[in-house]
Design a protein around this ligand. Sequence first.
Ligand SMILES: [Cu+2]
Length: 339
Amino acid sequence: MRRRTRVGEALATIRRRGCLSVVLVFLLAACSTDSPSVLSPEGESARRIDRLWWLMLWISLAVLAVVLGLMVAAIVRRGRRDVEVDRTTPPWGDPFIVIAGVAVPALILIAVFVVSLRDLDAITEQGDASLTIDVIGHVWWWEVRYPGGAVTANEIHIPTGETVRFRLTSDDVIHSFWVPELAPKIDMIDGRTNVLDVRTDVPGTYRGQCAEFCGLQHANMAFHVIAESRDEFDAWLQNEAEPAESDTETASGLDVFLSSSCVGCHTIRGTDATGTLGPDLTHMASRLTLAAGTIPNSREDLARWIEDPQSIKPGNVMPPTELSEADLDALLDYLETLD
Ligand SMILES: [Cu+2]
């Protein structure tokens, strides 16, 4: 008895609050500007996908309306006794079934197929690219390589108004490169290079996400694409290609880096650190986030990350490092100069 009342109470609560919270969650999801949507396209390819999506939606709704209309008509007419039903059918079947059930659906599907093929072709063949960027997927971060020696991670700058070609591959499992507002998603596979052309005329910061389940921290494998004018892009790339500046004031921080485990996994160009297991840190202070979009790039978060990366991103490849307070401070001072 008691149990039943409890279940009843729970059901009543869901009835009272449930609908409201579901609506609230949907509203929040719709309003959140941080979650990119394929339905707010800012790139050429994404715009084509968006148009195709709406076309398919309207066709589906039209078909649904016609089917529902026929169903209602059938229900209404069922009760009428005076309707004469002609039960003789031609040898090739009831004309209504043949036309509305076979010919029209086939025509609609063929038309949608042709339009999709046209879009697929336009998305894959975009002529010459003005810039080629290599992106390599790792569990669970993105290595980004530019012509001219600039190497960065989890953040990709591109010039607006130009076709940029991405050469995509993986160093381990299969990942998928996806920036919903700019382009379709495409797999990154070890031993294979997939190519994706991206073009946008709208400057901005676009969030990308790994779209192929790749292990424990798959959800924390994000990145940002920053589209900016050619001038801004050139200035950024030039800075990014340069080695790290050495500074006598923070030399003790570099010493901490070079004498701890960091040096085995990370490269800081211009120093003795040439590890390749983790992201290139030469200009890490200029990045928006750390650990593939997991935490903001602030001093406190960086300190938390160095002390215990496993509590922030469990299972990731970087181990915790124990440092004295003075050493950690010196290391942070040094890392913060790497812009
Ligand atoms: Cu992944």
